[in-house]
Design a protein around this ligand. Structure first.
Ligand code: IPD
Length: 288
């Protein structure tokens, strides 16, 4: 079996380098463009960080392929093939970044034969580096991570996001999902504004579950393997096997908590990531 440790170490090193660009722009005013909705934002820094990462990886591994959030937003075809592929979100939590809310992450997953081999999530402002390699455990700043193992939904902290969809069906589905969970009851519901960092909370044991509908593969591909390697469970919101292209995910401390959430929440329809090659290019410019 191939060993992708060199790629992982290279990925960590360029992530740390690229985070300098994120951090130096964090306190500055940003030119903001809208993508698919008024809450789906992109800045010049998102695009710059993605260019820096892809160019560094291409230089080192010329045969490898890429799925990058901003490249896809600019019209690039999204296709996950069997080739070694880097799935990149240059800034997960762009709304946080624009507002200087201090949870923003660079998220990178690496797949071979469509199977994730490692994931890196660097929460830049917190200086927290989460990473995991298939079969080798999950780590935060070098220390091993373990999910809580909680089995009882009524003792859970559950993380979720409303997401960037703003149509009536999406909003009523997401808000009523939160109400249904609170009435189970659960101990609490939280949202940090970045799917990648949210989901890593399950790997730390600080949260017991996370679910989301409508995010994209680059938001959760890296954190999914981090949760799995920390002993957690990752599945589709309908209870089926996790599919990073489906735009639905539950991550949990145990199968029983994941099943319980799958029974309680509803999904709204959204097009799969790999069915939507013609994503809209950015439109409109606002200054925040
Ligand atoms: C967004 C964040 C947010 C989630 C959205 C994502 P981006 O990613 O992960 O938490 O709710 O669905 O699009 O756009 O900041 O990379």
């Amino acid at each position: 079996m191939a060993d992708w440790t060199d790629c992982l170490n290279f990925g960590i090193s360029i992530t740390k380098q690229a985070s300098e660009v994120v951090l130096s722009a964090f306190q500055q005013h940003k030119e903001v463009k809208l993508k698919s909705s008024p809450a789906d934002l992109v800045t010049e820094t998102d695009q710059r960080v993605e260019r820096i990462l892809i160019s560094a990886i291409r230089n080192q591994y010329p045969q490898h392929r890429f799925i990058g959030e901003e490249s896809v937003a600019a019209g690039e075809h999204l296709e996950l093939t069997d080739s070694p592929t880097w799935i990149i979100d240059p800034i997960d939590g762009t709304v946080n970044f624009v507002h200087r809310f201090p949870f923003v992450a660079i998220s990178i997953a690496f797949t071979v034969n469509k199977q994730t081999q490692f994931g890196i999530v660097y929460s830049c402002v917190e200086d927290k580096l989460f990473y995991a390699q298939r079969g080798r455990g999950a780590f935060l700043n070098g220390e091993p991570l373990f999910a809580s193992g909680q089995q009882d939904i009524s003792r859970c902290v559950v993380v979720t996001e409303i997401g960037s969809e703003r149509d009536d069906v999406a909003l009523s589905t997401m808000t009523s999902n939160i109400c249904r969970l609170l009435k189970l009851p659960v101990h609490g519901v939280r949202a940090l504004g970045t799917a990648a960092v949210d989901m890593c909370q399950v790997a730390t044991g600080g949260a017991d579950a996370y679910y989301h509908i409508g995010m994209h593969c680059w938001d959760i591909a890296a954190s999914a393997i981090i949760v799995q390697e920390a002993g957690g469970v990752v599945m589709d919101t309908d209870g089926s096997e996790f599919d990073m292209m489906s735009r639905r995910v539950i991550a949990a401390s145990s199968a029983s908590v994941a099943d319980c959430i799958a029974q309680v929440i509803q999904a709204f329809p959204c097009r799969r990531d790999d069915e939507d090659p013609c994503r809209c290019a950015a439109t409109g410019v606002n200054r925040l």
